[in-house]
Write a protein that binds this ligand. Sequence first.
Ligand code: SIN
Ligand code: MN
Length: 222
Amino acid sequence: MSERSQSHSTVDPPAPSPTVVTIPPGATYAAGFLDRKAQEALRDTVREIVARAPFYRPCMPKTGKPFSVVMSNCGPLGWVSDRDGYRYQARHPQTGEPWPAMPEILLDAWRRLAAYPHPPEACLINFYDETARLGLHVDQDETDFEAPVVSLSLGDTAVFRIGGDTRKAPTRSIKLKSGDAIVLGGPARRAFHGVDRILPGSSDLLKSGRLNLTMRRVTRPE
Ligand code: SIN
Ligand code: MN
């Protein structure tokens, strides 16, 4: 080997830059929790749910400003928002029908991720089109804060923002991709979080846009 090629061979290739994500204590980020097959199965299950409980556009309490996200639910309870406020209720606000049952695929994800002995009672299903976003908020309409919130993402990547227990606490961004899960438990159960934007065309799982499913325990078990 010539001197020249020897010296060339000692040059290290640039190290791949690692993706470092720091999240608040109590939050768990499980990248790639659902493989492609599981994502397809969950997508198809969501299609069946929304065929019976169609997406509707909630609005802000008091002002009536429409959300950019459309929503549905499954499970015994569903989270809704209208001029009267935020709440959980057993029926779809437009059809008056009970929400479809929580499918096994979601109960299984809860059992694997939640570290909580009782089943979730609500799964909020959000659909984001290319321009939808969700402002910083805390999930606080539940009575049992011992249980975490378990979130699953499908379709286009979301720029998810998470901070601390005050609106002014520093925040950080995580790109939630199709199949990623995030669990907000412990101190992070009351963390402010939201979605700044969707990255259009970043996944081919859906025709366009993003689905997010968040499972919640609403009532304190007996
Ligand atoms: C939510 O906070 O309800 C949804 C968060 C997300 O879409 O990732
Ligand atoms: Mn939330």
